[in-house]
Write a protein that binds this ligand. Structure first.
Ligand code: ACM
Ligand code: ZN
Length: 546
């Protein structure tokens, strides 16, 4: 009961403030809710607590089931889920569809009950993620706990996201991660209210998605003979590979969808394509003479798919046709970054294409490619996203730009009325080092993005209110050259993903951002990471690293 006493002292001070940032540790949530008021007292969950749902759809049953799944091991009981019949007088957690906006929710905790209002499954799911952070962390233990009061502090929370796109990117080409790990990664995203998983599936170093029409893509293109060591210093002599069958992909798409995460697949066009070129050499400007081999080094291979041949476009459309069938989301990412255009300069077919279409240069040839691919996607009801390089030769008004070389691509896009997603490398590249003290640090690609830097991202920087409307959201990116294991991947992602998730969900005004206060909440959240078995970096425990 000491907990209640502490809460009462804190809350006597806090309740008088209307809309206030709640400093009380017992109401510490990331991403920070739009409105949160701490009240006096607690609600206690026990084995007689009922979960009441007003619609026993498969979706709501699943969401209520997530709560039971979490409770059952530590508490040793599951809560009964009830729909019809009289509302219990007390001791219930009720989910009520109150017609709120998509993804929004309200939570009202009083000593007698918890009431959750939502408007769609996503809102109910996000309310649950918030509730998890209000529960004592021990409730998520994998072992039965005997001596814990399963209390939820009384409070009133009214919450909705600022951005509709809150993403996390994962490259599985430089290193491959299995389905079990991908599901854990999706759980991590969901806990942070991330709603887009940008899945980078094709590369110079390996093609990872099964395409039925082109079986050699995975039979040959998913394998590399060996992998470089250090920073392109040596070669390890060990064959490496891995891919996802279409059955695997469907399983992951479903798992993500059940957690309100849409997957955005990325198929690299026209660069970063060596995986495809070694499977089907006719795709390249140099054909059989190219002697293509899946790349064993990090960086960008100089080979590129030939934009002069119609057969290359047929291939891209066939591949995207199968991708569209697998991924129901509205966006398909076509890469477009770091396309090495030198082979195009000496390829007669590419030069002929430039001439025939009155293009000025190879940048415009890439633009020609992007336009044709976009037309195909649009014809099939999908929208195109590309990295900011696709701006270089001009883009259509409907292409969405993912800004990675700083924020300038996103700013340029918004200024010309194209939608943009902010993933500037100097804030959002979670594969960069997160500390200056590298003595005990795993190797990384370079760079330096401490937690405080990620948290300082202002996606609206340098944009007028009108231009700000074109920023769809933000995303953390993980490239895996130096991330060979799941544990290291989590270590790089956490807690920086927490910072970016808060920018995406809460987007605190720059002048109101309090990094030290955020770090206190990150410490609280990291206790949950630990119980969930998620590896995370701890540098921030020592204070803000500038
Ligand atoms: C990228 O980091 N090449 C998009
Ligand atoms: Zn060519």
């Amino acid at each position: 009961m000491r907990r209640i006493a502490i809460i009462s002292v804190f809350l006597a001070l806090l309740v008088s403030c209307a809309e206030t940032k709640v400093q009380d540790n017992s109401i510490s949530v990331i991403p920070e809710p739009m409105y949160c008021r701490a009240d006096e007292g607690v609600f206690v969950i026990d084995k007689d607590t009922k979960i009441v749902v007003d619609e026993l759809s498969e979706e709501m049953q699943r969401i209520a089931g997530f709560l039971n799944e979490k409770l059952s091991k530590a508490a040793g009981f599951e809560l009964e889920i009830v729909k019809d019949g009289p509302m219990p007088r007390e001791n219930f957690i009720a989910f009520m569809n109150a017609g709120l906006q998509s993804e929004s929710y309200e939570i009202n905790v009083v000593p007698q009950h918890i009431l959750v209002d939502y408007g769609d499954g996503a809102g109910a799911f996000y309310a649950l993620q918030t509730l998890f952070q209000l529960l004592p962390v021990e409730i998520f233990s994998q072992e039965l706990q005997k001596r814990v009061d399963w209390t939820v502090p009384c409070c009133n929370i009214d919450d909705k996201p600022r951005f509709k796109y809150r993403g996390m990117h994962l490259d599985v080409c430089l290193h491959y991660f299995d389905l079990e790990f991908l599901k854990k990664d999706i759980d991590i995203m969901a806990a942070h209210k991330v709603n887009r998983f940008h899945w980078h599936l094709t590369e110079d170093q390996g093609w990872r998605i099964e395409i039925k029409k082109y079986p050699l893509l995975t039979k040959i293109g998913s394998l590399r003979e060996q992998t470089t060591t250090g920073h392109n210093e040596g070669l390890d002599g060990i064959p490496y590979g891995g891919f996802y069958s279409q059955k695997d992909i469907k399983e992951i798409v479903k798992y993500a969808a059940e957690r309100f995460i849409t997957i955005i697949p990325e198929i690299e066009i026209p660069g970063h394509s060596l995986g495809a070129l070694c499977a089907y050499p006719w795709l390249g400007c140099r054909g059989e003479e190219g002697n293509y081999k899946t790349w064993s080094y990090w960086g960008v291979s100089p080979q590129i798919a030939c934009a002069g041949k119609e057969s290359t476009f047929k291939f891209w459309e066939d591949v995207l046709g199968e991708v569209i069938e697998l991924f129901p989301g509205e966006y398909i990412h076509i890469g477009g970054d770091e396309a090495p255009r030198d082979e195009w300069k000496v390829c007669p077919l590419c030069q002929q294409r430039i001439k025939d279409n009155g293009l000025k240069n190879e940048a415009e040839l890439q633009s020609y490619v992007t336009h044709r691919i976009e037309e195909y996607l649009n014809k099939h009801g999908r929208k195109l996203i590309g990295w900011d390089e696709i701006l270089e030769g001009g883009v259509s008004q409907s292409a969405t730009i993912m800004s990675w070389r700083g924020a300038s691509g996103g700013i340029k896009a918004a200024q010309k009325g194209n939608y943009a997603i902010m993933t500037p490398n100097d804030f959002c590249y979670l594969d960069y080092f997160q500390t200056k003290d590298r003595k005990d640090e795993p190797d990384a690609i370079g760079g330096y993005v401490p937690l405080a830097k990620s948290y300082s991202l202002n996606p609206y920087d340098k944009l007028t209110p009108e231009q700000q409307k074109y920023i769809l959201g933000v995303q953390g990116n993980l490239w895996c050259e130096y991330i060979p294991t799941p544990m290291q991947l989590q270590y790089m992602a956490l807690p920086r993903l927490g910072a970016l998730a808060e920018i995406g969900w809460s987007n605190p005004a720059p002048e109101k951002k309090d990094t030290n206060e955020f770090i206190e909440r990150a410490k609280h959240l990291s206790r949950y990471y630990a119980v969930f078995g998620w590896n995370f970096a701890k540098h921030f425990y020592d204070g803000v690293e500038e």
